[in-house]
Ligand binder design. Sequence first.
Ligand SMILES: NC(=O)c1ccc[n+]([C@@H]2O[C@H](COP(=O)([O-])OP(=O)(O)OC[C@H]3O[C@@H](n4cnc5c(N)ncnc54)[C@H](O)[C@@H]3O)[C@@H](O)[C@H]2O)c1
Length: 434
Amino acid sequence: MTQPIDIRPATGRLGVLTPGLGAVASTFIAGVLAARAGLTVPIGALSQMAHIRLGERDEQRNPLIREFVPLAGLDDLVFGGWDPISANVLEAARTCGVLEERDLNAISGELESIVSMDAVFDQRWVKKLDGHRVKQVTGAWDQAQALVEDIERFRTENDCERLVMVWCGSTEAYQEVSDVHLSLEAFEAGLRSDDPNISPSQLYAYAALTCGVPFANGAPNLSVDLPAMRELAQREGVPIAGKDFKTGQTFMKTMLAPGLKARMLGLRGWYSTNILGNRDGEVLDDPENFKTKEMSKLGVLDTILQPSLYPDLYGNIDHVVRINYYPPRGDNKEGWDNIDIFGWMGYPMQIKIDFLCRDSILAAPIVLDLALFLDLAARADQHGVQEWLSFYFKSPQSTEAGMPAEHDLFIQQIKLKNTLREWMGEEPVTHSEA
Ligand SMILES: NC(=O)c1ccc[n+]([C@@H]2O[C@H](COP(=O)([O-])OP(=O)(O)OC[C@H]3O[C@@H](n4cnc5c(N)ncnc54)[C@H](O)[C@@H]3O)[C@@H](O)[C@H]2O)c1
C-alpha cells in the first residue's frame, strides 16, 4: 500500500475565474448551473461522470472519481470573469449561439448576474477584435496590479475559500519566448518597463499566481508556458497547466495515431482542415493568431509516432492543418481529416473523418475538470506544471522544461488516473497485474 498524501478538504466556496467570457466560458457556466438545477448531467466531465478502478480487476472496486478524491462540489462553485466585449454571461451565451434559448431560459437570471469585469486587452494581440469593456489603466505593471485587485475583490465579495483561473480568452498572436520571459526577475523588470513582449494573457497569469491562484491555459498562447511563470508558480506554491484545450480534431488525432502505431501501420500524410464561424474562428482568421494555433495542432503527431525510432513507418509524413473562417457554421465546426496510411508491402489505404462537432460542447467539461482538479492539486500542495492534466491539452506542458510532452490520449488517461490513485494511497494500475 502506498502512503496517501495530505489533501486539505474542499470546504467553502471555490471561485472559478475565466479571462474571456465567450463561447467556451458561457457554455461551461451554463452547463454547471443547469446540472446544479437538475436540468442536465455533466456529460464529458471525468470529474463528474467517470469511475476509477481500484486494486485488482476482480475486486470490483470502481468508485466515481468525485467520491474517491475530495473534489469541490458543483454547488460550491462561484463564477466570474473578464471580457472586453461580452457584458455578462447571458449575453455571451446568446451572442455565440451554442446553446438553445430553451436551455438558457431556466438559468437566465443567474447567467445575467455574472457580469464581466473590464478586461486588460490590447488589440496588438488580437487584431480582429475591437474591445470596449477595457480597463483604462496603462502600463503592464499597473494593469497586472488592477487584475490582482479584481481577484481579491472577487474573493472577498463572493466569500470564496479558494479560487482557480482558466484562460478562456481569444488566442493571441504568435510569439516566441524572449529574454523578458526567461526569469521572474526579467519578467518583473519587463512589467515595469512595459516590455512589448508581455501579452495580456501573461498579465492575467502573473496576477493569478501572485495571488496564489492556480492557472490553466485553454488557448495555445504562451501564458504560463514560460520559465518566468514556472518560477513564479514554484515560488508561490501554485499548480499550473496548459496549453490549448484538446477538443475536436486533435482529440481525434491523439486517439487514432496511437492505434495506427500500435499495429505498426505506416503514415504518409495527414491533411486536416476545419471550417468554423464563431468569434474564435474570426480571431484565427488573422495569420498571426492562426500561427499560434497551427503550431499547437502540428505538434502532436511526431511525439506519438516517434519518426526517429520508426523511419520506415513515420519518417516521411506530410502533416497539414488548415482553419477557415466560415460564418454560416457558427460554433458548429466541421473538421475533415484525410489520412494516408500504408500497410503490408507498402500498399496504401485512406481514412476519411468528417467530424461535425460542437467546439464549446466539447470544451466546456474540460474547463470544469481543470478547475476542480487544479483546486485539488492546490489542496494537495502540488506546485508547478501538473503533467497529469496533459489529457486535456493539445500542447501539454511537461514538468521539466524541454522534456518532450506525452500526447497519446490513452497514456495521458492512465497518468491522470494513476496520479489520483497514488495521492489517495492506492496502487497504480499498470495492467500487468490481474
Ligand atoms: N472551443 C474549443 O473547442 C477550443 C479548443 C481549444 C482551444 N480553444 C480556445 O479557447 C479560447 C476560447 O474559445 P471560444 O470559442 O470561447 O472563443 P470566443 O471568441 O467565443 O471567446 C473568447 C473571448 O475572449 C475575449 N477576450 C479576448 N481577449 C481578452 C482579454 N485580453 N481578456 C479577457 N477576455 C478576452 C473575447 O472578447 C471573447 O469573448 C480560444 O483561445 C480558443 O482558441 C477553444
